[in-house]
Design a protein around this ligand. Structure first.
Ligand code: NAP
Ligand code: ZN
Ligand code: ZN
Length: 348
């Protein structure tokens, strides 16, 4: 077994703290890599709080993981010791269903295995533990390659915030001529702005935080609307082709649907703890659609990393000591994220 040190929540109400545990021994198709940086996603906070469902505790969160390979199994062909490596939200899937065959492992019909708060029903049925830790063992099919010149801490958030915004914008072919609104300027939102701009769309940030305007413009956004200001909101009624909704808390979908133009699409990637209430009138007046999107498949994640490397796209981050994780969570709960916390795992 691989002795591992991490930061875990022992219960949904306890603070995270140092915890030692074991990972599976490196199997023939496994890659072990030492973790250098791990991003802090709002999903980490949702899951340690049991916002969505009953979690598996102790829980070691973290699914924006980058580091360096220290060991490879006998049948590994894609990695060697010393390579940079990364893992996002999934560590396994069936590989046999139609979705897996289409490179959509995130929608595996037999269930993908999440990087943490999951049980690996394809191997040992043991709980998975995430990236707030010093080392990880992952099947090579779920390990991504990074550019050797990558800015590692700023690259880590691409593994979730990056792919979760890249994938739906690609799926809906968002491009020049489209008006895209990014709702919520946090970890996902700021990557949504960067990709929207890179794909040629006219990008508006819809934010509850008036003080994020300057930063939004620096990220490349063309317009900024404070959603608490009724006049500003009225000025963008019926105007967007797409809204990329990254909000983590309850919000009024009917209001935002009124900002879409005819045939517009509201894409949900944010996952608040409670379901949305949508009135059919909000949809039928203007033939509007509500869509959803979950992370992205492995092939698309590699494509996104390569796209970012070629276009100099990384996340805007605040590098933190792991001891400051609770202060980071508190700021995240207030919407005060600029624009992703990343843990320097050397501080563990
Ligand atoms: P984050 O960094 O905390 O950003 C969320 C942003 O939402 C905040 O910064 C804030 O932006 C806005 N917001 C917060 N409360 C709000 C409210 N009551 N009304 C309106 N806006 C509000 O979170 P994140 O890491 O980007 O994650 C966002 C959501 O996506 C989470 O629910 C997460 O679990 C989910 N997620 C989904 C996937 C997927 O596969 N679909 C993947 C990763 C994460 P402003 O200050 O600009 O208003
Ligand atoms: Zn995430
Ligand atoms: Zn499958």
């Amino acid at each position: 077994m691989v002795q591992t040190k991490g930061y875990a929540a022992q219960t949904p109400t306890s603070d995270l703290g140092l915890w030692e545990f074991e990972r599976r021994e490196v199997g023939p198709k496994d890659v072990q890599f030492d973790i250098q940086y791990c991003g802090v996603c709002h999903s980490d906070l949702h899951q340690i709080k049991n916002d969505w469902f009953e979690g598996i505790f102790p829980m070691v969160p973290g699914h924006e993981i980058v580091g360096k390979v220290v060991k490879v199994g006998s049948d590994v062909t894609k990695f060697k010791v010393g390579d940079l490596a990364a893992t996002g939200c999934m560590v396994d899937s069936c590989r046999e269903c139609d979705n897996c065959k289409d490179g959509l492992e995130q929608y595996c019909e037999n269930g993908n295995v999440q990087t943490y708060n999951s049980k690996n029903h394809y191997t040992d049925n043991m709980p998975t533990y995430g990236g707030y830790s010093n080392t990880i063992v992952v099947n090579e099919d779920f390990v991504l390659h990074l550019d050797e010149k990558a800015d590692l801490p700023a690259t880590a958030p691409l593994l979730c915030a990056g792919i979760t915004t890249y994938s739906p914008l690609k799926h809906w072919k968002v491009r020049k001529g489209h008006k895209l609104a990014v709702l919520g300027l946090g970890g996902l939102g700021h990557m949504g702005v960067k990709f929207g701009v890179a794909f040629g769309a006219e990008v508006t940030v819809l934010s509850t935080s008036a003080d994020k305007e300057e930063a939004a413009k620096k990220l490349g956004a063309h317009h900024f609307v404070v959603t608490k200001d009724a006049e500003q909101v009225a000025s963008v009624k019926n105007s967007f082709d797409f809204i990329l909704d990254t909000v983590s808390a309850p919000h009024d979908m009917n209001l935002y649907l009124s900002l879409l133009r005819t045939n517009g699409v509201h894409i949900c990637v944010g996952v608040p703890p409670l379901p949305h209430e949508i009135h059919p009138f909000s949809l039928l007046g203007g033939r509007k659609s509500v869509a959803g999107s979950g992370i992205g498949g492995i092939k698309e994640t590699q494509e996104m990393l390569d796209f970012c490397s070629a276009n100099n796209i990384v996340s805007d981050i605040e590098l933190i000591n792991i001891k400051d994780i609770h202060a980071a969570y508190k700021r995240m709960e207030k919407g005060d994220v600029r624009y992703r916390f990343v843990i320097d795992m050397a501080t563990l």
